[in-house]
Design a protein around this ligand. Structure first.
Ligand code: DGY
Length: 324
């Protein structure tokens, strides 16, 4: 008997509970070795599929989307960010695109706080000293970092994750400044200082946290001019998208000492990050782990499946549809 379930190509190896539900409801084409598809192999693997479940790092650009088989009706990304999917190109082909907002807010804000603390308190240098067996004991001047409690934190992009970061920072009695496309309500603002022009916020940032999505407008937003407006000794944290930062400018400021340090979980062109970061002791670097908890990755997968099931099995509009 012919398999009547819609066929879904999973571009990556997803968590076991997610794949269990995927295979229960769909004729799933899995990727157990977690091979990375390039555009030709992706379009080939998608032959006969109704949908693609992809992830951050897959490039579903206009050319790839144009080459997809005509059977593809939906792209469900296992991510909140969807800059890797050309939504306009998908719309031209009547392919729906859906993402996984909300469920990774807390995990990502936790990692943002970890990056802030790790950068401020020289966690990477301390851990490296100890693991190299070079630690000879406590010393009054050893690994002195930047105090966090009570300092000013500027948040560029006060959406769900920016607000969750602000909540965490308030526990450190930090004074919150923020810039966002629209001002939050007083209830959401919780006393944070709004800057309609993000450039005006920079002089108030002992810490600057990037929580804005990657768009043509935010590309390389953290550039040399803006870094120069930050107070000397400021710390930059990025857990959004690497492309929001001009790497050359950030590395130059970390080398010159204008910035004390940076805490980065995301990189332009990742996983091939700018070589300059490897040489900096004042950069606390993580490999894009913002959403990497079992609970969060399962929730992301279930949300991607909600989108796929709503459209492919019930022929209804997926709950997390994104548009260009
Ligand atoms: C997302 O969902 O956009 C994250 O960056 C992946 O963890």
């Amino acid at each position: 008997m012919a398999n009547s379930k819609p066929r879904v190509l999973a571009t990556r190896l997803f968590p076991p509970d997610v794949e269990a539900r995927l295979t229960a409801h769909f004729d799933a084409v899995l990727n157990p070795e977690d091979r990375l598809y390039d555009s030709p192999s992706l379009t080939k693997a998608a032959a006969g599929c109704d949908a693609i479940m992809c992830a951050a790092g897959d490039s579903l650009n206009a050319a790839t989307i144009a080459a997809l088989p005509t059977s593809i009706r939906m792209i469900a990304t296992f991510s909140v960010g969807y800059e890797h999917v050309d939504v306009a190109a998908a719309a031209k082909r009547n392919i729906l695109v859906a993402n996984t907002p909300d469920v990774l807010t807390d995990a990502t804000a936790d990692i943002a706080m970890l990056c802030l603390l790790g950068a401020a308190r020289r966690a990477h240098e301390g851990a490296a000293l100890l693991r190299a067996h070079h630690w000879v004991g406590w010393a009054p001047t050893q690994l002195m970092g930047t105090h966090v409690t009570g300092k000013r934190l500027g948040i560029f992009g006060m959406g769900r994750i920016g607000q969750a970061m602000a909540d965490r920072a308030r526990a450190f009695r930090m004074q919150i400044h923020y810039s966002n496309r629209s001002r939050l309500s007083p209830d959401e603002e919780k006393g944070a200082v709004f800057h309609a022009n993000p450039d005006d916020m920079l002089a108030h940032c002992d810490f600057l946290s990037i929580n804005a999505p990657m768009t043509p407008q935010t590309r390389k937003w953290v550039n040399a001019e803006r870094i120069a407006r930050l107070p000397k000794g400021a710390i930059v944290v990025n857990t959004a998208r690497g492309g929001v930062v001009d790497d050359e400018a950030l590395i130059a400021a970390l080398k010159s000492g204008h910035l004390a340090s940076a805490g980065l979980d995301v990189f332009d062109g990742e996983p091939k990050l700018h070589q300059g970061y490897y040489d900096l002791t004042n950069a606390f670097l993580l490999p894009h782990m913002g959403s990497a908890t079992v609970e969060t990755r399962n929730a992301m997968g279930f949300k991607a499946l909600d989108n796929l099931e709503t459209y492919l099995l019930r022929n209804q509009t997926p709950p997390n549809l994104v548009t260009a």
